[in-house]
Design a protein around this ligand. Sequence first.
Ligand SMILES: Cc1ncc(COP(=O)(O)O)c(C=O)c1O
Length: 392
Amino acid sequence: MKAKGFNTRAIHAGHEGFKPDSTSTPIYQSVAYPFEDAKEATEIFKGDKPGFTYGRWDNPTVQVFERRMAALENTESAIAAASGMAAIFLLSHHLLNPGDEVVSSNLVYGGTFGLFGTGLIKMGSKVVWVTDPGNLEAWEKAITPKTKFLFVETPSNPALFVADLPALSKLAKAHGLPLVVDNTIATPALQSPIDLGADMVVHSTTKYICGNASSLGGIICGKTEFIEGIRKNGIRYLGPSMAPLNAWLNLNGLETLSLRMEKHCSNAMAVATLLEKHPRVESVNYPGLASNPYNKMKEVNKMKGFSSLMSFVLKGNYDDATKFIDSVEVFEHATHLGTCKSIVTHPASTTHLAMGEVEMKKAGISPALVRFSVGIEDPEDLLNDITQALEK
Ligand SMILES: Cc1ncc(COP(=O)(O)O)c(C=O)c1O
């Protein structure tokens, strides 16, 4: 498909030539695909003839989703995985050999922090953390001859750090290293890392791409040679493939992605503005606010918005935060983000509980910190819900 507008690609790309044609891409709920004869089987296995062989590495429904994601992220190819963590693991496994290093921002999702911090050691490789990821010199200092790729999550979950992608891409290129961007929070509807010079993009499709909390999934987008290397030597032997039903749910999600992201952004701005002015709120962390230090990154990264993840600290303590959580009625209390429903999370009593008080303090997680993933409900209902809960 020739490059067309984002919404046209989000609805059509990847389905061309699908036989028999259908308006909704069918779910190929099958792990195997019979061959016409022995000659055809050999040709398909050799790669001389297009076709499908076995569901762990190829499936028609999953392939449409992969092609559509590649079209949206402006890469040659993509490979889907069972979850966002499976995608980051496959990518790391493919790029690193024993003794190699990844240089990564330390402001990443907790699962990525765990995989890089402890999981890579089991593979004989390791991470070098950049603890001041807004500082380009800190990245440069962390690079050694063992470095194989740079990794950044932007905007990051939950710290909401926003990287300078053009500058980071330039640095990566100067060192001959690929830059990998976790684009989960922004999605390709708001930010295009490849257009800013990045080499690969990874996602937890579990979040905004699926959009309704119905399926786990992940994707890696990049050059064909790299993606097909993962298909041949990674997913084939390690096995964390995306299920056909999940690919279908993600295809449905993509059709409305940019409409949803627009609404997520406008609702998030309304919520952050209310919180910033509220006397019972100590501070608000949302890059969309003019007062936020990362607000200027919208232009630098040519972003259409800052998505809908935010956090704020209540004037009060742990008990005040749990009371607030128990008082909201439209926001759902869960440990998820990026879904049509607004979600509230209290890190100190859930996601970060295992850290203990001392470590939480070091990481800047206040007992009165609350995280919102603002959904696409009517904004007045969200604002009224927050106001009544703050009054309690
Ligand atoms: C930015 C980011 N990347 C990766 C992941 C991991 O994704 P999954 O839960 O699909 O494995 C998450 C999960 O919250 C995330 O927020």
